[in-house]
Design a protein around this ligand. Structure first.
Ligand code: 5AD
Ligand code: SF4
Length: 417
């Protein structure tokens, strides 16, 4: 049987896309290879949100070229969130370059036949684990934040049919899945006929079974009071929200084309915390956006100190071809971006540690994800990483853990027998 090696870069949406790629390959009798060297087919599923992602693809092409010298029969495929212009640069390095939406072309390419055209979200995924499933509910984005390549790579926002989503989740719950992640670039603008995002959450919450619901990424502009109330009333919706703010300065937010002010963002956080006091919050931040002054960066520090995020994904600004901000002067030096990244990480580590210390002594529910050396690793409902000793046959199960210690990026505990 031929073997494939699939390398995935990027967000959960890309991971979910890779589950569909694996699904289509295994349906065509390909088996996974544990190493690139063993593979007949090498696939790179990449994002291009920052230049570093593109540089990583170049790195991979060097390895692929060497393997192809040893075995010219090896085929290499590039797919994912990559701009057409970037894809053209890789033309010589891959046998096939396809948009993720053209995934149904893959079997045809493998067998030298033309393939049927099927929407890629209708392709059956091969879920990476037997307890966690990523479910794309929307794809694409209409927001055109000035720095972001996604609206160009993934195209217009489209929602899947609610009926199809519910069916997929029902079948997963029957198979004992414990964690359902709803995915979308702007997940809370989902709409299928009369069903909006809060209604969809409510419908999923009503599916019988013991499981958690998570979603990412919501846009602050679409975070209604109705959504807050639904989360508060849904037992299965977990106490964790990733709420990208991107900057702590109103002028920068305007230049980023983020349609809210800091006052609106802070007010939203206040409303969320009032309804769901245990809610853990994370965010996305870009440091060194074109024209970001020290004072404007300090406003982001101020925001971090005020909100006390549990986690933040901090990115150094990287100009992306075709975006609005790529026409602005990228005038914050690399060194200064690095400094701002470090300063903010330090502030975050203090608030995160303080928040994590609140858990010490508590007994909480944990979903176990994996075993690393002698420790089981899992997540709390609030998406805190936690480690404790235990047997690997508990992977994929809910257990109760007593929290014994806190670190900035996680918790330590002991299993309650
Ligand atoms: N440069 C740096 N970070 C970016 N992001 C998106 N585009 C860029 C860019 N050009 C970050 C944003 C987004 C996250 C997924 O990646 O913070 O929320
Ligand atoms: Fe990019 Fe903005 Fe859409 Fe998020 S909301 S994917 S940052 S354009």
């Amino acid at each position: 049987m031929p073997k494939y090696f699939l390398k995935t870069y990027g967000c959960q949406m890309n991971k979910s896309d890779s589950e569909r790629i694996a699904g289509i390959l295994e349906e065509n009798n390909y088996k996974p290879a544990s190493d690139m060297k063993e593979a007949d087919l090498i696939l790179i599923n990449s994002c291009s949100i920052r230049q570093s992602a593109i540089d990583r693809i170049w790195g991979q092409t060097k390895i692929i070229s060497k393997l192809k010298i040893q075995n010219p029969k090896i085929k290499a495929v590039l797919t994912g969130c990559v701009l057409k212009k970037d894809k053209r640069k890789f033309k010589e390095r891959f046998d096939l370059i396809i948009d993720i939406k053209e995934l149904s072309k893959l079997p045809g390419f493998l067998k030298n036949k033309t393939s049927i055209n099927k929407h890629y979200l209708k392709i059956k995924p091969k879920y990476e684990t037997s307890f966690r499933a990523y479910i794309p509910i929307t794809t694409g984005c209409n927001n055109f934040c000035s720095y972001c390549v996604v609206p160009y790579t993934r195209g217009k926002e489209v929602s899947r049919q609610a009926k199809e989503i519910i069916c997929e989740i029902e079948s997963l719950i029957k198979r004992n899945y414990k964690e359902i992640w709803l995915l979308g670039e702007n997940v809370n603008s989902f709409r299928s006929g009369k069903i909006d995002f809060p209604k969809l959450l409510e419908m999923i919450n009503n599916i019988p079974g013991n499981f958690w619901i998570r979603f990412t990424s919501p846009h602050p502009k679409d975070f209604s009071n109705k959504l807050i109330n639904t989360i508060a009333q849904s037992k299965k919706a977990t106490e964790y929200i990733h709420l990208p703010v991107q900057s702590g300065d109103d002028k920068i937010l305007k230049k980023m084309k983020r349609p809210y002010t800091l006052k609106m963002y802070k007010d939203l956080v206040k409303r969320i915390r009032k309804s769901i006091p245990k809610m853990a919050l994370s965010t996305d931040i870009i440091v060194g956006f074109p024209g970001e002054t020290i004072k404007q960066f300090e406003n982001t520090i101020k925001l971090f100190k005020e909100i006390k995020f549990d986690m933040a994904y901090i990115s150094q600004y990287s100009a992306r071809l075709g975006t609005l901000s790529s026409k602005m002067e990228d005038n914050v030096s690399h060194k200064e971006k690095e400094r701002r990244d470090l300063v903010l990480t330090k502030v975050l580590s203090k608030t995160a540690l303080k928040n994590n210390k609140e858990y010490i002594g508590k007994k909480i529910e944990v979903l176990i994800e994996q075993k690393k050396k002698t420790f089981l690793m899992g997540k709390t409902r609030s998406y805190k990483s936690i480690r404790f000793k235990g047997n690997k046959n508990l992977i994929g199960k809910f257990v109760k853990v007593k929290i014994l210690g806190a670190l900035p990026w996680g918790l330590k505990g002991e299993l309650i027998k």
